[in-house]
Design a protein around this ligand. Structure first.
Ligand code: T1G
Length: 699
């Protein structure tokens, strides 16, 4: 079946792009579009042409999976097609619904006019893939909307809603009824003859004013510095837009194309494209038939109204799902509901949501203090104190109260989901849904399958993650699951580095320079040191732990220093400030521990810090794969990209390991093992892959 079908309505040729699932502009669709367009132009009866997408969108742009393959460079290229459309001597109209993204929007920019359905997304997200629009977007968009706004769209990668696009002049007509009908009618409203032609390349009205304000670009570079830290593509995008003001159009196109080709071959783009695909692959569960039944989640309950319970409840309200928060102590319940109201009000103040949207979401959230008022929720998520006996008792109580259909989910961050399930008569309906604080912001949802968790429960909770706008990753039961188990390995090494000679600010700086938003000690102060302290004490009490860990963190907690919440932890925090200030008292504490343990302190460089922390994390990830706790290396990458701020332009720990080379990682881990022993033993999988000259990507 052709990838483009042509129909004619009142002299207008309607070309429908049909390449499921997103009308990706791969070679097959480009070839079909090129032919269909030329055929339509040869038909003398055709007075205008409309381009429209089949299925749920106009087009999601170039076929990302084609990058790096010969097909991506085979003619007809997208720029050629767009230039042909722009030069047509009959009016060409793009009819947009769903999404017009990347090359999809560039295709629409080559058209003379754009008609869009309300609510459609129009954007150039290429920078999120480490590239820039490579089919004229940086040269045409600034000719259609104000240059400053074009900069925003291209450098942020965030789409515009059609209504906003209309305001800015990117969309010429908003269709509220049948899109084809509206587009054909729009063609009929155009002036006769060449007056209707409006090649974008010839539209200079926006460029003049921008040429009067050359400091736009310097100002923009400064404004984007924080969010573009360590990234190449955003700066390349600014350069291309800037060139649009001072180069002839075709020279600008060539400069853009050269820049695109450089970036698409870069490590950063390969890593960012990897992140794009593995995030989607994580939704596929090995051995779970695609048609596995799912329960509808129409009403949810959250037990516990602390920081996590508040964030989880907001997730449901944000997704339009009514949710009841249960907190037995009314003062905690009111406090939690107050925090929810405050969070939404802050979003309204920032213009992220309207007051109506806030009111709508608040109306979906109710608070109760009595279990008997829970009703019949499809899922209950507990977010109570992180202690096994508290959780088991709660699940036992819920098991007796809830109807058979109710899924019982635990938000535990490390505890054994199988043991929690054993407190119920429905282990097949028990699962872990580990959210990351703040739960209404962080996108990762680590779904923990127990031995007895049923396929239907897994399928339902994975679908729920998507509905909540989360990135769901299915993991197995072990101490810390995937994320926190690897975090524990990494932060343990970070603490050992302090004993051997480093200071918290040096470790944090090295990890920040690697690309994390903050290092392990600043992060500990933000999350609260008492959480880890509690877990270490429980771990040592429940299971004598023959694995040494540094006493420094415990000593800090024994001083009642739990981080930002007590204005002191690893660092000091001035009143009203979250900026970490190194504390001589902590430095002395570290020196004392080094002496106590007999270390001759030494200077430790950034490279060693990064290797000790990141390679240890990778080694733990390899063990996790061998134990079957994670399905695939890409799932581990997804956990770290969305749960812990691993720099996306490095693709995640396992992708990063492949880019370094597993032999290098294995050699460093082997050396560490020889020196430190205990659980730094190289993972057999790491050794085998390294010796075979392979990577995790070969699994
Ligand atoms: N190329 C290849 N596959 C794509 C794709 C794309 N552009 N977009 C989506 N898919 C696959 C995706 O992997 C998944 O596959 C399925 O389609 C459904 O996607 C020249 C060079 C459009 C908002 O960055 O943002 O144009 O898992 O699960 O949640 O300048 O897809 O089913 O096997 O995400 O409804 C720029 C990327 C490309 C847009 C829909 N375009 N896509 O979200 O579905 S570069 C983008 C999205 C470019 C030009 C440059 C989203 C979506 P599978 P999904 P969704």
């Amino acid at each position: 079946m052709s990838k483009v079908t042509t129909s004619k309505i009142s002299g207008v040729a309607v070309l429908t792009l049909d390449n499921a699932p997103v009308n990706g502009l791969g070679l097959a669709l480009r070839t079909a579009l090129n032919k269909a367009f030329r055929d339509a132009m040869e038909d003398a009866e055709v007075t205008a042409i409309v381009l429209i997408g089949a299925g749920r969108m106009f087009s999601a742009g170039a076929d990302i999976s084609e990058f790096g393959t010969p097909n991506s460079m085979k003619p007809p290229s997208l720029p050629e097609i767009i230039n042909m459309i722009e030069a047509a001597e009959r009016p060409i109209v793009a009819a947009i619904h769903g999404n017009a993204l990347g090359g999809g929007l560039e295709l629409a920019l080559g058209c003379h006019y754009r008609v869009a359905q309300a609510g459609a997304n129009l954007g150039l997200p290429e920078v999120s893939l480490g590239i820039i629009p490579g089919a004229g977007g940086t040269q045409r968009l600034p000719r259609v909307i104000a240059v400053e706004r074009a900069l925003d769209v291209i450098v942020s990668g965030k789409p515009l809603k059609a209504e906003k696009a209309k305001e800015l002049g990117l969309v010429d007509f908003l269709a509220d009824g049948d899109l084809v009908e509206a587009a054909v009618k729009f063609c009929g409203s155009l002036p006769e003859g060449n007056g209707a032609l409006r090649p974008t390349r010839a539209r200079e009205d926006n460029l003049g004013p921008a040429r009067e304000k050359p400091d736009i670009f310097e100002g923009y570079r400064k404004s984007m510095a924080r969010r573009a830290r360590g990234l190449d593509a955003p700066y390349a995008a600014v350069e291309c837009v800037e060139s649009c003001l001072f180069k002839e159009f075709d020279d600008g196109l060539q400069f853009e194309r050269d820049t695109f080709k450089r970036l698409v071959a870069s490590d950063q783009s390969r890593a960012l494209r990897h992140a794009f695909f593995v995030e989607r692959a994580a939704t596929k569960i090995d051995g779970l038939p695609k048609d596995t039944a799912k329960q509808n989640i129409e009403y949810a309950a959250v037990v516990g109204c602390g920081t996590m319970g508040v964030g989880i409840a907001m997730n449901f309200a944000n997704a339009g799902i009514p949710v009841t928060v249960l907190e037995t102590k009314d003062e905690f319940l009111q406090k939690g509901l107050g925090v929810i109201r405050k969070n939404y009000a802050a979003s309204v103040a920032k213009g992220r949501i309207s007051q109506d949207e806030m009111d709508g979401r608040m109306s979906l959230i109710s608070g109760i203090a009595d279990f008997n008022q829970l009703g019949e929720p499809d899922v209950v998520i507990e977010a109570v104190f992180e202690k096994m006996d508290v959780k088991k008792q709660l699940f036992n109580e819920l098991d007796g109260l809830m109807p058979a259909k109710t899924i019982l989910a635990t938000n535990t961050s490390t505890l054994d989901v199988n043991e929690i399930a054993s407190a119920t008569g429905r282990p097949e309906k028990v699962i872990g849904t580990h959210f990351f604080s703040p739960a209404n912001v962080m996108r990762l949802q680590e779904n923990v399958r127990g031995y007895k968790t049923s396929d239907e429960t897994i399928s339902t909770i994975m679908a729920l993650a998507k509905k909540l706008g989360k990135v769901g990753v299915l993991v197995g039961v072990c101490d810390g699951f995937v994320g926190n188990r690897m975090l524990h390995a990494y932060t343990r090494q970070a603490n050992f580095l302090l004993e051997e000679g480093a200071l918290p600010q040096e470790v944090d700086k090295a990890i920040f320079n690697f690309g994390f938003p903050m290092g392990p000690f600043a992060m500990g102060d933000l999350a609260g040191l008492d959480v880890g302290w509690l877990i270490r004490k429980a771990r040592n009490k429940d299971k004598p732990n023959n694995l040494r860990y540094s006493p420094i963190a415990d000593r800090i907690c024994e001083k009642g220093r739990f981080g930002q919440k007590t204005s002191a932890g690893w660092y000091l925090y001035k009143e009203g400030s979250r900026a970490p200030v190194p504390d001589p008292e902590i430095e002395q504490l570290i020196l004392d521990v080094s002496e106590e343990l007999g270390f001759d302190r030494r200077a430790i460089g950034e490279q060693e810090i990064v290797e000790r922390c990141i390679y240890t994390m990778i080694n733990e990830g390899a063990k996790i794969l061998t134990e079957g706790i994670s399905q695939r290396p890409g799932d581990i990458d997804t956990v770290w990209l969305h749960g812990y701020g691993f720099p996306r332009q490095r693709g995640g720990p396992m992708f990063y390991a492949d880019s370094v080379g597993l032999k290098q990682v294995y050699d460093v881990i082997s050396t560490l093992y020889d020196k430190y022993g205990d659980w730094l033993e190289p993972a057999p999988l790491l050794r085998d892959l390294a010796e075979a000259g392979k990577g995790f990507g070969d699994l």
